[in-house]
Design a protein around this ligand. Structure first.
Ligand code: EPU
Length: 307
């Protein structure tokens, strides 16, 4: 990136150069991003995107970094992180028994889940215990056994690579298991959820119960990226990993959790390379033992480190 481009970028937004991505992922690994931009307003975002297109710089939107594996060579081009205005959420249209909840892409999902339940709204509990931001969670169609974001979405607003805002209704969105099909250059700006009004979670467990269950079955306090693999149809990838005798297996500073087989734990100072080797090993062993091919759920970005 030339000095001129760096200076232009610094005029548009708060930007850090050669920023280690290990500081911005829950897994705690990842090499440097050429430029890491914090964007507080739609104007800042549009200006930076215009610059990226003009200078043909690749760009990548970071959510909460909780489902992300950045390789050790880091990310060329721009990493864009939304904050400021994009953190806002509020109740919008009210239909009596149903309301629309509008949330900016940078809204913190655990906070929004708690708040919406406190408002007597039912629906967001399907995200109980899911980390990250609403933008990232929409892109991942995040969820739990109770359901996923696709069940709640009324519409989303995205920004395309020409910095045009576009609102898309739920029925035009192609949600899949842990994935929303959108161009990788598109950015989610806002999501609107259709939620039911209810005094309490009807018939279901409380948020506290759901979080306690998660703590008992998943290593939530350790450094990880959540589940590494998608669940194959009708079976848990964690169970397949356990049945293949892989729990506790370690490569360098990364270990397969002994609590839940689909979690890889960074024990301190792990590298992306170690995690990639462990992913390969698990895929091979599970295939050998069960005949099932696991697919990664964690999003892998960036370049390998040159040796
Ligand atoms: N199991 C094992 N061994 C293990 C892990 C699980 O035998 O090491 C068994 C459990 O005993 C249980 C079954 O597998 O009978 C299902 O386990 P669990 O309830 O933990 O759910 P999961 O299918 O492994 C999914 C999601 C999680 C989500 C939980 C709870 C995926 C890939 N995983 O896990 O999501 O938190 O349900 O709703 O969809 C994530 O997406 O990052 C994630 C953590």
């Amino acid at each position: 990136m030339t000095k001129e481009v760096r200076e232009d970028l610094a005029k548009c937004a708060h930007v850090r150069f050669d920023e280690p991505m290990s500081a911005h992922t829950t897994l705690g690994v990842g090499g440097p991003a050429d430029a890491f931009c914090d964007l507080e307003t739609i104007e800042e975002l549009k200006n930076v995107m215009r610059l990226a297109v003009e200078h043909r710089l690749p760009y990548f939107f970071l959510g909460g970094g909780s489902n992300l594996l950045v390789q050790d060579g880091g990310i060329r081009g721009l990493v864009l992180r939304l904050g400021g205005d994009f953190k806002i959420y509020q109740i919008g249209q009210d239909f009596g028994d149903e309301v629309l909840l509008e949330a900016g892409a940078a809204a913190h999902t655990p906070q929004l889940v708690r708040w919406s339940l406190e408002q007597g709204l039912q629906g967001m509990e399907v995200l109980a215990g899911v980390p990250g931001t609403i933008g990232g969670n929409v892109m991942m169609n995040a969820g739990t056994k109770l359901g996923c974001l696709a069940d709640l979405i009324d519409e989303i607003t995205v920004l395309d690579r020409n910095a045009r805002e576009m609102t898309m209704k739920a029925k035009s969105l192609r949600f899949e298991y842990r994935h929303l099909k959108l161009p990788s250059t598109a950015c989610v700006l806002r999501a609107v959820f259709r939620l039911k009004r209810s005094a309490a979670l009807q018939g279901g467990p409380s948020l506290g119960d759901l979080l306690a269950k998660r703590r008992a079955t998943q290593p939530v306090a350790e450094q990880s990226c959540g589940c590494v693999f998608k669940n194959p149809p009708k079976i848990s990838a964690g169970q397949l990993i356990e049945e293949s005798g892989l729990k506790g297996v370690r490569i360098g500073k990364v270990r397969i959790s002994t609590l839940h087989g689909n979690f890889f734990i960074n024990e301190g100072g792990a590298t992306a390379r170690e995690i990639m080797v462990l992913i390969r090993l698990v895929k091979d062993r599970v295939k050998e033992a069960t005949g099932i091919t696991l697919e990664t759920e964690v999003v892998i970005v960036g370049e390998e480190k040159r040796r």
